[in-house]
Design a protein around this ligand. Structure first.
Ligand SMILES: [Zn+2]
Length: 158
């Protein structure tokens, strides 16, 4: 079992590991009048019991502010199907950035933090362009799902 770990730095909780039935999410909260900031780039898995636990936790927060940073693919996949994971369909503004694997066919793969405000939802879902640090070619997100399926829930108009 890999416990959910966290590090706290400059007002942000960095969650790492697995969100499952053992995850103690309450550990990562602060005073109710402050904004809770979670960076989720270290989350490798969220299972169905973890989803249930987090949905309940977010519901209990009510209108308290929480912001999600560097949301990785496993979290985005879950939230795109179950919007109450972030607080419901009107809570997309809570997701500040996503963390996606990017790939250059000749070189390497790395993860890029993409601010949601730089993603266009006008005509489908369009990412800002990232260049490979080695060959300067534009990189593509390396995803199993279509970008649209993964990120459409972040459009406030949807
Ligand atoms: Zn390259």
């Amino acid at each position: 079992m890999i416990d959910l770990q966290y590090k706290y730095s400059d007002g942000v909780y960095y969650l790492e590991g697995v969100i499952d039935e053992h995850a103690n999410l309450k550990t990562y909260t602060i005073a109710p009048d402050q904004v809770i900031r979670w960076n989720l780039r270290g989350i490798t898995l969220i299972n169905s019991l973890g989803i249930r636990l987090m949905v309940r936790f977010i519901k209990e927060l009510g209108d308290a502010s929480i912001e999600f940073y560097d949301c990785p693919t496993p979290f985005l996949e879950a939230a795109s199907i179950i919007p109450s994971l972030i607080g419901g369909p009107n809570s997309a503004h809570r997701v500040k950035s996503v963390y996606l694997p990017m790939r250059c066919k000749d070189h390497h793969q790395f993860n890029a933090s993409v601010p949601v405000k730089e993603i266009s939802f006008d005509d489908g879902v369009a990412m800002p362009i990232f260049d490979c640090p080695t060959c300067k070619m534009p990189l593509d997100p390396n995803l199993e799902l279509e970008l649209e399926d993964l990120l459409s829930f972040l459009s406030e108009d949807s």
